[in-house]
Design a binder for this molecule. Structure first.
Ligand SMILES: NC(=O)c1ccc[n+]([C@@H]2O[C@H](COP(=O)([O-])OP(=O)(O)OC[C@H]3O[C@@H](n4cnc5c(N)ncnc54)[C@H](O)[C@@H]3O)[C@@H](O)[C@H]2O)c1
Length: 325
């Protein structure tokens, strides 16, 4: 089976390409290189440089290549930027998906895996959680245009699956960190781990935004997942969809089901890098939920997948990538 990987030159996409190939699948990358890096695509994998908004290029790419499945990672992903540029985010993430779905369903693609996000849940109320965990049935209430585009993407995908028989899966990633090898590390500085590296290497104290949350150490708690585990979750999802009945529709959290506080993460980073500086406590940032931790039960039951790598592995592998720069 040949998989078209949109966003395959990005941080997560590059890992997904490698994991699918390691599982014996054929891949083809489609990426506009707006935030991606061509060198992340293995030299023996074809890279088509273009936007998911470019219907003519999509049609030319799909013609004659017998693509039977798509993993769609291409998107803009910065929450803050999405607040400033909502129309850009809706165009890239929602219209880009609509154009892609139109092209791939017409070309006879049977399976479609979509990168969704825990951002669809927004700030879940304690009262609606199950044992303090966010399940796939927790009501979605995104708090940013970015999160809205991911939820709208899920709806668009599900409706298309119902109408055309496309087998679909929306994977709601929690907080992604780490790298399978140093050259594949995240080059952005928008997530906690790279942000702390940035401060420490500049000789500045890492910042904690709010130490008065109702959590055990007062700092926000999140669910971190190693990008190599996340990539493997794509492989099992893709393989399930490849043999699934038409119209199959999965929505799955991809997390570890383990809460890690900002303070614990900073302590681990200080320990693993040897760059220990006491964190600086600042005011809370608006819109940061106290605790967002996945229930990872459904993906374990449906696909037999669970994460294998721990937080120190995420930190040391990300640090090896930072040192390489
Ligand atoms: N990194 C995270 O923590 C995280 C968490 C939840 C969900 N996600 C989702 O995972 C996906 C991948 O994220 P990432 O962290 O690898 O980001 P990234 O920016 O490294 O990768 C996105 C890739 O998509 C490409 N791209 C963007 N818009 C495009 C378009 N219109 N047409 C073609 N290519 C386009 C970029 O060039 C880039 O290579 C995104 O959909 C993101 O929303 C990421």
């Amino acid at each position: 089976m040949t998989w078209l990987i949109t966003g395959g030159a990005g941080y997560i996409g590059a890992h997904v390409v490698r994991a699918l190939r390691a599982a014996g699948e054929e891949t083809l990358v489609y990426d506009d290189l707006s935030t991606g890096v061509a060198d992340r695509v293995p030299s023996d994998v074809e890279l088509v440089v273009g936007s998911t908004l470019d219907r003519a290029l999509l049609d030319r790419t799909l013609a004659g290549r017998s693509v039977t499945g798509v993993v769609h990672l291409a998107a803009k992903k910065q929450v803050g930027e999405s607040v400033e540029r909502p129309l850009h985010y809706y165009r890239e993430n929602v219209e880009g998906l609509r154009v892609l779905l139109d092209a791939v369903t017409e070309a006879g693609v049977r399976a479609f895996v979509f990168s969704s996000s825990a951002a669809v849940y927004g700030m879940p109320d304690e009262a609606v959680l199950t044992d303090g965990l966010v399940t796939e049935d927790t009501p979605c209430a995104p708090m940013s245009p970015y999160g809205e585009t991911k939820l709208a993407g899920e709806w668009l995908l599900r409706a298309t699956g119902r109408a055309t028989g496309l087998a679909t899966a929306s994977l709601r990633y929690f907080n992604v960190a780490g790298a399978a090898s140093p050259e594949l590390a995240d080059t952005g500085v928008f997530n906690l781990v790279p942000m702390v590296f940035e401060r420490l290497t500049a000789g500045d104290a890492p910042r904690i935004f709010g130490a008065d949350y109702p959590t055990p150490d007062g700092t926000c708690v999140r669910d971190y997942i190693h990008v190599a585990d996340l990539a493997e979750a794509h492989v099992v999802t893709a393989q399930r969809l490849a043999g699934a009945a038409p119209g199959t529709d999965l929505t799955l959290n991809v997390g570890r089901g383990v809460g890690v506080s900002v303070r614990e993460m900073i302590d681990t980073i200080s320990r693993e890098t040897g760059l220990g500086t006491a964190p600086e406590i600042q005011h809370r940032r608006p819109g940061d939920p106290a605790r967002v931790v996945a229930s990872a039960d459904r993906i374990a039951v449906e696909l037999g997948w669970s994460a294998k790598r721990d937080v120190p592995e995420m930190v040391t592998s990300a640090w090896a990538g930072r040192l390489r720069r």
